[in-house]
Design a binder for this molecule. Structure first.
Ligand code: SIN
Ligand code: FE2
Length: 204
């Protein structure tokens, strides 16, 4: 059996097919208002392979000049992020165990060859709340490690409708996406994978 680091939870099939379709519709509406943009690494400016947008009062962004940060507006359009839909607020209430609402929902879109290197989610001023992560569309190979770089890692697949939580002792575990398995889900008509991460950013 796969042993996950303490504080890391994988909840397979947390969302019904209907709930997944409804979420995709919500995400389409968000992307229409806040288009996916190409994030770039701090300093080097190397483009990431995922495409990103956000909803919530704060959104996580990155670019060459200013690096990783949260901000209330879209980096390209300058418009405020659309609000987090009620369905995502309910998922947070059901799973997070945290008594205050999330402020940010990062929307990551992975086309067939996109991936994400091992990293920690540590740009928040508050690590008391878990990161609640929702997978939609094609299956991916997810990797999670310890709270220090170079520690042991374990890999497992995330299917559409799965939830992963990084909380408590696992809040700062390294994690990343090694690959997407094309055509493993019919949820997104053009394929690919959407990942939503709900986060509390500030101290309440
Ligand atoms: C992330 O760490 O921002 C994304 C994780 C995922 O795509 O599952
Ligand atoms: Fe992350």
């Amino acid at each position: 059996m796969l042993v996950l680091p303490k504080g890391v939870r994988h909840i397979p099939a947390a969302l019904s097919t209907d709930a997944q379709h409804a979420l995709v519709d919500e995400i389409r509406a968000i992307v229409a208002r806040a288009p996916l943009y190409i994030p770039a690494m701090p300093r080097t400016g190397k483009e990431m392979s995922v495409r990103m947008t956000n909803c919530g009062s704060l959104g996580w962004v990155t670019d060459k000049e200013r690096g990783y940060r949260y901000q209330p507006e879209h980096p390209v359009t300058g418009a405020p992020w659309p609000p987090i839909p009620a369905s995502l607020m309910e998922i947070w209430e059901t799973y997070s165990g945290y008594p205050h609402p999330p402020e940010a929902c990062l929307v990551n879109f992975y086309a067939g060859s996109a991936k994400m290197g091992l990293h920690q989610d540590r740009d928040e001023a508050n690590f008391d709340a878990p990161v609640v992560s929702i997978s939609l569309g094609d299956t991916c190979l997810f990797r999670v490690g310890e709270t220090t770089r170079g520690g042991r890692t374990v890999s497992f697949k995330l299917d559409s409708g799965d939830i992963v939580m990084l909380g408590g002792e696992g809040r700062l575990c390294f994690h990343g996406v090694d690959r997407i398995y094309p055509a493993t889900s019919a949820l997104l008509k053009n394929g690919g994978r959407i990942n939503l991460t709900l986060r509390r950013v500030t101290k309440p």
